[in-house]
Design a protein around this ligand. Structure first.
Ligand code: DGT
Ligand code: CA
Ligand code: CA
Ligand code: ZN
Length: 580
């Protein structure tokens, strides 16, 4: 429902502009509230185009907001937004898009030191202007500098959490066309990389014209880059490019293999083919007849082409799941058994409305049960996480009782009392041991001081790993993809300690985090340490994020034996108790 998102973004932008213009705080908050309501609205706003009454019936939408929503639905913009934008210097809007730079700071930059564009901001950092501002700490400046650097290097790679739903929506829609026989995504998306350069779709169709038209005329398309008989390319609103290739059914496996990549994996496969007197390309694996030109153009029948499995087999290679087709993956190694979404049977990191989640304990437990889990751990934030409404010791004690009550009430799932306790900058934990010992599960995570140098970070995390009451280290580095680098501890040292202490390291499945990242997972797997895959659910839909954690786990060669969420209830609970 991109309309909901667009209208919500308009209200959010109005709020930011009002804040930059130092408007009345009540007005700012009112706009922000509407933005939030619209973002979370389950119905499609498009249905309200001629329904002012319906809009007014939505909780929290008043007459003024309803009129502006209608204005957007009918004209594609809101006059107030254009008017406010005109009141500030042009470059300020780009400053509002710098991650971590809030409207208040943007206003100060503008009013106090005349910084009105990203270029001017860069200059003000390097020539010390920012430093000279009152109440502008070195930490804040370093954070801004980091964000700017990220905006440069991140380029246009989009997070998998954004690219995947778009690709799946297109596939689902194009699949329903009359002529479509098969359609799927390939490329880095199929390999499960954390960021995606472009999306590669592959289709078999009886009606090229129909598929090409439907694809290039998709409502999300802002520009058609190419439209041909075998390939179409478009750009979407989000700046994402999608390539669609139309291939013969008989060559589908070869094409899927080729366009899944990686390039490096393809090169290794081709070399393997040549060594066996064969030729591999996107049309198939062919016997090499030493003639010029491609074998398919000379009518040579391929040895294998319909499925990837047949091609691997003909090359006398084990089948490689797409997640293990990177440059680092040797082609003749037998891939290990890997976890999949179906093997995950518990969730050990989740939040309720006691801290910054939206579900009650009961709702969370029911949701986890509906996902088929045997265990859910409720791990709300600890007292230092003030912005996340972290629990005081007193509140946590009451929360533990409430969780145990729900556990006794609900049959068919174990509901465990836990905490996501902050690992403070020096590695100590946010609650004392006496309280931690009362919890069934302790997830210890770093949330602050994420710019520490590597040596300090290593020491800090080691202390938490070695803490006898800690089960899991949550999102160990604290990185946010394309936005925050996070800690860079000495990973080989950490995984070794984790193995020794029987402490699990988490793969946080939130696609913005994916922390541990794939390369860390591989280190951890090789070291023999335990790994958790958790969604860190704050709302019911977050359980759907599990797939991204599983993709990352697979890219790191994680099997069910080392993944605590894949264990039976008995084995998991025995392990949890071993730390009590
Ligand atoms: P991305 O889009 O940057 O996230 O990464 P990929 O892997 O999706 O790369 P992309 O979209 O450029 O190409 C898709 C696949 O097509 C790639 O993984 C392998 C194959 N491919 C593309 N160009 C070449 C090439 O020049 N040589 C070989 N061997 N394979 C290629
Ligand atoms: Ca691609
Ligand atoms: Ca591509
Ligand atoms: Zn959390």
């Amino acid at each position: 429902m991109s309309v909901n998102r667009d209208v919500s973004a308009c209200f959010e932008r109005i709020a930011s502009l009002l804040e930059v213009l130092d408007a009345n705080g009540f007005k700012i908050n009112a706009n922000r509230k509407v933005a939030r309501i619209l973002k979370e609205l389950p119905e499609d706003l498009g249905n309200y185009k001629d329904d002012r009454k319906g809009l007014l019936a939505i909780d929290g939408i008043g007459a003024g907001s309803a009129d502006r929503i209608l204005e957007f639905l009918q004209t594609g913009t809101i006059e107030e937004l254009d008017r406010l934008s005109a009141e500030i210097p042009d470059g300020l809007t780009e400053l509002l898009d710098v991650p971590g730079l809030g409207p208040k700071t943007v206003r100060r930059l503008w009013q106090e030191v005349d910084v009105t564009s990203i270029d001017k901001l860069r200059k003000a950092i390097s020539d010390g202007t920012l430093e000279s501002m009152p109440r502008m700490g070195a930490k804040t400046i370093a954070n801004i500098a980091d964000s700017l650097a990220f905006m440069e290097t991140a380029g246009d790679r989009l997070g998998i959490g954004i690219a995947m739903p778009i690709a799946e929506m297109l596939v689902a829609r194009l699949e329903t066309l009359k002529g479509t026989r098969r359609i799927t995504y390939a490329g880095s998306l199929r390999r499960g990389r954390e960021t995606i350069g472009d999306v590669d779709l592959l289709a078999v169709t009886d009606d090229v014209g129909e598929l090409a038209a439907a694809f290039t005329e998709s409502p999300e398309v802002v520009k058609v880059l190419a439209k041909g008989e075998t390939k179409c390319s478009v750009r979407l609103e989000q700046g994402l490019q999608i390539d669609l290739r139309m291939v013969d059914e008989a060559a589908f496996g070869a094409a899927l293999m080729y366009f899944t990549g990686s390039k490096e994996h393809n090169v290794l496969l081709r070399e393997r083919a040549i060594k066996r007197g064969l030729r591999l390309n996107e049309y198939g694996l062919f016997p090499d007849d030493d003639e010029d030109g491609t074998p398919q153009s000379r009518g040579i029948e391929p040895t294998a082409s319909e499925t990837e499995a047949a091609i691997y087999e003909a090359l006398e290679l084990p089948f490689h799941p797409p997640e293990l087709r990177e440059e680092r993956d040797a082609i003749d190694d037998e891939p290990p058994e890997l976890v999949d979404v179906g093997s995950i049977r518990s969730e050990l990191h989740s939040h309720t409305d006691a801290s910054d989640g939206v579900m009650t304990i009961r709702e969370l437990a029911m949701e986890a049960q509906s996902r088929g889990f045997h265990t859910i751990a409720v791990t709300d934030h600890s007292r230092s996480s003030v912005q996340a409404n972290g629990l005081s010791e007193k509140r946590l004690l009451a929360h533990i009782d409430a969780i145990h009550e729900v556990d006794a009430e609900i049959k068919g799932i174990r509901v465990l009392a836990g905490s996501e306790v902050d690992i403070l900058a020096d590695g100590s934990l946010d609650y004392d041991d006496e309280l931690l010992a009362k919890l069934d599960v302790v997830v210890a995570s770093p949330h602050v001081a994420l710019r520490q140098d590597s040596a300090k970070a290593t020491k800090r995390l080691l202390k938490a790993i070695r803490h006898p009451l800690v089960h899991i280290i949550g999102h160990p580095t604290g990185r946010i993809i394309n936005r925050r680098e996070g800690l860079s501890p000495d990973m080989p040292v950490l995984v070794e300690a984790a193995r020794e202490c029987d402490t699990a390291l988490e793969i946080n499945a939130n696609p913005l985090r994916l922390d541990l990242r794939d390369t860390h997972v591989r280190l951890a797997v090789d070291a023999g340490c335990l790994i958790a895959i958790d969604t860190d659910a704050h709302r019911a839909e977050d359980f759907d994020l599990l797939r991204y954690g599983v993709l990352t786990a697979r890219r790191g060669c994680l099997g069910p034996e080392q993944c605590i969420n894949a264990w039976t209830a008995k084995r998991l609970h025995t392990w949890l108790k071993s730390k009590r």
